[in-house]
Design a protein around this ligand. Structure first.
Ligand code: GDP
Ligand code: MN
Length: 379
């Protein structure tokens, strides 16, 4: 999960990394209010989960609160790389003398975290890696020992940081490492870390990605999830432990097992159909989970038919059938559902469906063809 700049900076601040004063706003009026509190000279920054906001016009300097209000109004109407801007961060403006890069991530090839720094900050660090790798310093962190003082000093020396800023830089490096470690992050990055006009280090941007597999250790962070990026269906799916990814076709797919779900999508494509989603209900799903899954699939307006493909193992086909029948009652959909049940308790499942006036297809390929045919029938 990627965090917004304002969220990452809030966390950085708790780890004693100096950040500018500021707050997030959802309206231009709020932005004006915050700018007034900060004395007028502010930066207004689009909060969207993509890089290069500056270049896209999503970061603007304002000299007065009035101007901040106008800029916020403009930015809040923007789309940056396809993402709508719903919030702006209003930060006190900082005079920049120099921009530095500082980040922690995992180096998969050595299976350890690395801290990376460069005096060519501000710009895209991936570009610097290619054009002038000599401008980048890195230290490998032992995950058990954490960042060592001498390593932080090596980094400071490596970028020729003025001596009087070393102490602050080393504290920031330790703070950033602890953020990375405490939050199970895969990336914690400050770009730019600036030397301000009054010779202080300050984090002007913040980027953080938290490993989704570790989210259960950070229940307090579920509020951080961005509905605009994830979509309400994905969030609903997560609540029930379903893996759901929306796609752009019109045949909803409800499958157990990621492998079978992928195969189902492939078979649909092969026969000339288009899957509307990937959905894996996982192993051993009960009726309630199946109902939730169908609800999620059917709330997608593009869905014209649903293909339910179950290979019973731990998952029992009769449980799935119960879920389908329940869901059909609940959502009162007229969309046709093509069902294929095989494996554990398939016969019980099929007879339950028959009792409810629904039929199961005989084979995977027949089910796929029927699903495609019923979409074409509706078109
Ligand atoms: P990004 O483009 O999405 O990475 O957004 P950043 O937060 O890194 O901002 C991009 C650039 O805007 C920075 O590298 C700075 O040059 C500039 N910027 C951001 N905040 C300030 C500020 O407070 N004062 C000044 N003068 N420039 C800023
Ligand atoms: Mn940046």
């Amino acid at each position: 999960m990627r965090l917004h700049e304002y969220q990452a900076k809030q966390i950085f601040g708790r780890y004693l990394i100096p950040i500018p004063h500021g707050r997030v706003a959802s309206s231009s009026g709020e932005a004006k209010q915050i700018a007034e509190e900060l004395g007028g000279r502010v930066v207004v920054k689009a909060q969207v989960l993509v890089g290069g906001r500056g270049k896209a016009g999503g970061i603007r300097l304002a000299k007065t609160a009035r101007e901040a209000e106008e800029l916020a109004a403009v930015i809040l109407r923007m789309d940056i790389k396809g993402l709508p801007v719903r919030k702006v961060l209003v930060d006190e403006a900082v005079t920049i003398q120099k921009e530095i890069y500082l980040g922690v991530t995992n180096d998969r090839s050595i299976r350890k975290p690395v801290m990376i720094t460069s005096f060519a900050g501000g710009v895209n660090i991936e570009d610097v890696v290619h054009t002038s790798p000599e401008k980048i310093m890195r230290v490998v962190i032992d995950p058990l020992l954490g960042l060592r003082d001498f390593q932080a000093r090596d980094l400071a020396a490596g970028i020729d940081l003025p001596r009087e800023l070393w102490r602050s830089y080393i504290e920031i490096a330790h703070g950033l490492w602890r953020v990375f470690d405490d939050y199970d992050a895969t990336l914690a990055e400050i770009n730019p870390l600036v030397i301000s006009g009054d010779q202080k280090l300050m984090a002007l941007d913040g980027k953080m990605t938290v490993d989704d597999n570790a989210m259960f250790r950070h229940p307090e962070m579920t509020d951080y999830r961005d509905i605009d990026v994830e979509g309400p269906a994905e969030i609903e799916a997560r609540k029930y432990g379903l893996s759901y990814v929306k796609l752009d076709g019109n045949i909803g797919c409800l499958v157990n097992g990621a492998g079978l779900a992928m195969t189902t999508m492939d078979v649909l494509l092969l026969f000339g159909g288009k899957p509307a989603n990937f959905l894996d209900i996982g192993g051993g799903a009960g009726a309630e989970k199946v109902t939730a899954a169908l609800r999620i699939i059917l709330q997608d307006q593009a869905v014209k038919s649903v293909l339910i493909n179950i290979f019973g193992g731990i998952t029992r086909c009769d449980e799935v059938a119960r879920g389908i029948i329940l869901a059909k009652k609940e959502v009162k959909s007229t969309i046709s559902m093509i069902i294929r049940l095989a494996g554990t308790n398939a016969d019980e499942g099929k007879s339950l469906l028959l009792d409810a006036n629904m039929a199961a297809a005989d084979s995977f390929s027949e089910a796929a063809r029927l699903a495609i045919a019923s979409v074409e029938g509706e078109a």
